[in-house]
Design a protein around this ligand. Structure first.
Ligand SMILES: [Zn+2]
Length: 419
């Protein structure tokens, strides 16, 4: 449909505005030398106020919801219709980059701005949300903003303290929110048709493929385990090699297996041993016990499950052969989040129009879409970022890529809203 295409020069101006606004939001930080903006801080309120102004300039009505998300609505041709929800987060990690999260919110505003300038109303309303907490920087618990919208805040969250002992409930009070009213942020399942999120890739795939944009197939599921090999400590000088139960040698053998086997499963699965501690830990003592962590991730739960069993079975086999014991305790698990097929299709079609071909890829990092997917279909559009660097001041994107991103976003939103 020709009236759902943003021209290249319109996209350039939109991207220039997005870049300038990312810079403006990067100034709203708790410290001068870097960018740190955490949930329920004065900086969050200031960022929300700026974003609300930009939403209003794009013809939206705005409100801050009961958990502190900044929200806007661009009414449909028929007032009160369901909304297509576009969003991302406005909080950051400590010493963050300026695009992770913010790029998605500001690109969404450009999409609405373009419709507004054309006085175009779609069969669906377009809503935008800037989530107050995705990163979990302040409280160590994540997705507080999106779980406000889904109405799935566990009761225990209100009493959860930050590093200074301030609870979520107290911090809410400090910014004029009421912990007793968080359920008011929850949206009726019938209010929203679907959720789209534009985000920087935070990985190297698009750059390797020389593409500005890609479409996310799924957000990786993850499991984390504490593992332990127990053998027997002994004198490094007197115990013969044939009589040893060296826990570190067993762990080393297993770690090589973890790396090789995961690689053989294809490029989408990753496994990492990120910590290792060796007891008693002396130069002249055979290691009797090794504690190590295992982190495995992948875009589908079943292959992930298979990989995990393969790795753990082999650890047990290694331990048995060497006369040791092996134990593993899974302490964290999040299921993979599949992106909706119809939304992927609409995004891929838009990306093909804009850059000639589309690339489908999983997301290695977590996003607000994980929480939203519990209620509504989700789709994600990735924009290339330089060397995949994120959560770092060196995070960068090119304005030309952002222009293509906004162009694709406009087309996908128009196509989806028109059904
Ligand atoms: Zn993010």
């Amino acid at each position: 449909m020709s009236n759902s295409l943003m021209t290249a020069s319109e996209a350039q101006s939109a991207a220039a505005r997005v870049m300038a606004r990312c810079d403006a939001l990067a100034e709203i930080s708790e410290n001068e030398e870097g960018l740190t903006r955490v949930y329920l801080s004065p900086e969050q309120l200031r960022a929300n106020a700026r974003v609300a102004e930009w939403m209003q300039a794009a013809g939206m009505t705005t409100w801050q919801d009961a958990v502190g998300n900044i929200c806007g609505r661009y009414e449909s041709a028929e007032p009160g219709a369901k909304a297509l929800l576009l969003g991302s987060h406005l909080d950051t990690v400590r010493n963050a980059g300026r695009y992770d999260g913010m790029l998605g919110v500001l690109s969404a505003i450009e999409t609405v701005q373009w419709l507004h300038e054309r006085q175009q109303r779609l069969p669906l309303a377009i809503e935008i949300v800037g989530f107050g907490d995705e990163e979990g920087t302040r409280f160590g618990i994540t997705l507080l903003g999106s779980r406000g919208i889904t109405g799935t805040w566990p009761e225990s969250w209100l009493a959860h303290p930050d590093g200074n002992g301030t609870t979520v409930a107290e911090a809410m009070q400090d910014v004029g929110l009421d912990g007793a009213k968080i359920m008011q942020a929850a949206r009726d399942v019938n209010d929203i048709a679907a959720y789209l999120e534009l985000h920087i890739e935070q990985g190297p795939c698009l750059e390797q493929e020389d593409l500005a944009l890609g479409v996310v197939t799924a957000i990786n599921g993850a499991r984390r385990l504490n593992c332990c090999f127990v053998g027997e400590a002994g004198h490094a000088g007197t115990v013969p090699m044939t009589h040893r139960q060296d826990a570190l040698a067993a762990a080393a053998e297993w770690m090589v297996f973890v790396e090789q086997t995961t690689r053989e499963q294809g490029p989408q699965l990753v496994a990492t041993v990120g910590t290792l501690s060796c007891l008693p830990g002396a130069v002249n003592v055979i290691p009797g016990e090794v504690q190590l962590s295992l982190d495995v991730r992948g875009p589908q739960d079943e292959p992930l499950e298979r990989l995990q069993s393969l790795l753990l079975n082999q650890a047990e086999a290694i331990a048995r052969r060497r006369g040791l014991t092996f134990t593993a305790n899974e302490y964290y698990r999040i299921a993979a989040t599949a992106c909706d097929a119809r939304l992927q299709q609409a995004l891929s079609h838009a990306v093909e129009t804009v850059q000639g071909r589309s690339l489908s890829l999983p997301s290695g990092a977590g996003h607000d879409a994980i929480a939203i997917a519990e209620r509504w279909p989700v789709g994600m559009l990735f924009v290339r970022n330089h060397r995949g660097i994120s959560h770092h001041p060196a995070e960068s994107v090119q304005a030309t890529d952002v222009a293509q991103g906004v162009q694709a976003y406009v087309q996908a939103v128009c196509d989806l809203a028109r059904g």
